[in-house]
Design a protein around this ligand. Sequence first.
Ligand code: PLP
Length: 640
Amino acid sequence: MAPDLYLDANATSPVLPSAIAAAVEAMEASFGNPSSSHATGLRAKRILDTTRARARRVLGAGPGRVLFTSGATEGIQTAVLSVLCAVRERRAAGEACGDLLVYGATEHKAVSESLAHWNRLLGTGLTLQPLPVDATGRHRLDVLRDLASRAAMVCTMAANNETGVISDLDGIARVLRASGSKAYWMVDCVQALGKLPLDLANTRIDYAPFSGHKLHAPKGIGILYVRDGAPYTPLMIGGGQEGGQRSGTENMAGIAALGAVLAALEEGTTFRTHAELATMRDRLAAALRDAFPGIVFNAPFEHTLPTTLNFAVPGVSSKDLLDLFDAAGVRVSAGSACSAAKAAPSYVLDAMGLPLWRSGGAVRLSIGPLADDAFVDAACVRIRRCGEALRTSPLAGGNPGVMQVSGDGRHGWIVFDEQTCVALDPPPGQIERIATLARDAGLRLVEFDAADRATVALDDGSHAPCMAIGGAVLARVPDGWLLGEAQDGRLPRTAVRHVFGAIDAARLAQVAHDAAVICHVTDVDGLACATMHAVRDASTPGQLHPDTLDVFLRRHADALLVDVREAGEAAAGAMTLHGRVAHHVPLSRLAEYLPGWLSDPARPIVFVCRSGNRSAKAALCLHRAGHAQAWTLAGGLALA
Ligand code: PLP
């Protein structure tokens, strides 16, 4: 398999080699506690002081405070706590402080959730007020103008993590000044470090949280800038570290590593310039346009960081695109990493007013300022390969083939051969997709028109209208269809291999045998297909773990490795594990292959997919159908 190309730098970034070296040095030679007064402690203290001095210079912190935190989330909590405590005090002294906590509608959840949490906990009773953005993702300054005089705090990020949209901080500052707003202003600078110029002391910004892991330092280290004179309340109290402003023994390995990243920023040759990154973005965008001709970019390039591309492809879900990219070894994400586990449309893109297909189908590709031309070349090659792979038809190689097409919780089934395809009970939302699949595969999509069909005799004595497809016949029965090999105008129950629809159980027993695969209209016991004699107990199929797969395959020379990823994914990156090339049967074609596997019950079948979810489903399906050697590779290819 091809090595990873990591294009998800806005989620996190690999640690700079000099930062790793600095962290190791801080853990080995300079492991002291910076609060100790002996020489070992003083050596650690020097790392702390040097890193802080560098941070001051890089951020343009002037007389402001520069505190080390565990990351931006802690910095945000501290800023919010500080503001709300100050508001409480000022109100107690009879001062009007405003009644709104204004935050950009596209802020990271750490901001809106912190505002809600501390406002509730401290009982400050302020109203959370999202500040809308326009279609380009920039804050609506006209709305801010109306809200500014009522705002106790304003939170507007420097650049958005999902879209890369750069905020008009000068414009926001002008509005706050012109309205005479006394609001405290926090700017989440996480995505700005190393990508945008910073001169914090010369701005109106009161609080600016940063996160090391977004710029090649490890996770668990961050910085909070606090303007000189801005209120401050420690979040953590204890041993008095950081001048009593953030207690807890310092994360010295993280601080040393961050120091190395800041040194690289100051020295100026390690990271690419804005112009260099913009050229790389243009090349990536060109490759994406070649790969996916209908692509739309979700934020205009003139207002975005050159390191972030957010896009959607009409007719292709973000999940399918992510699976495809992952198969090609290209690591991208659908929006923010924090929301990656929730399959919801992006609230950031929703706030920009984009239609559902763009917010729900969005993919974020982000590079870091360490990227070089060779990396971008390789990424462009793989992106173009993904485009070709996406055009691989899933309707190939069946005689006849059976494919599941699902939507809105319903399953439809396509039966096809080399010329023709028939859609059985297609979910209404999938009809257009099926037509496209058929057209792309060069197949004629035909209706099952019973009127002038030949008939086939069934074992219950009836005659069913039928059509020939592949080497089989598809027969229409009340509430469903039967697919099997007819002999001399008869389709005996033992020759029925597949049953579709919701046929009455008593009738089904007369026209099909126990081992026929029933293709359901909706999931039954969590599965789209099963045999009539399905195992209904709570037993589960076997699980193999990445470290046991090799031994298992050596012990079972006849084991069949089955790649259940979809056609495009397999085309983007074929699967070979421990020298064995996997046989490709996409999960959507599982029903077609079940009868074959069931006819060889002693042969172990090991299902594999990207992360272990689809393979678990396939193994469960085969297991319930009565195969005692159904296995899934837990964790999938990702861990293999
Ligand atoms: N703010 C933004 C814009 C981010 O992208 C992130 C990270 O995803 C955070 C805040 C939270 O940062 P951390 O992971 O350092 O807590």
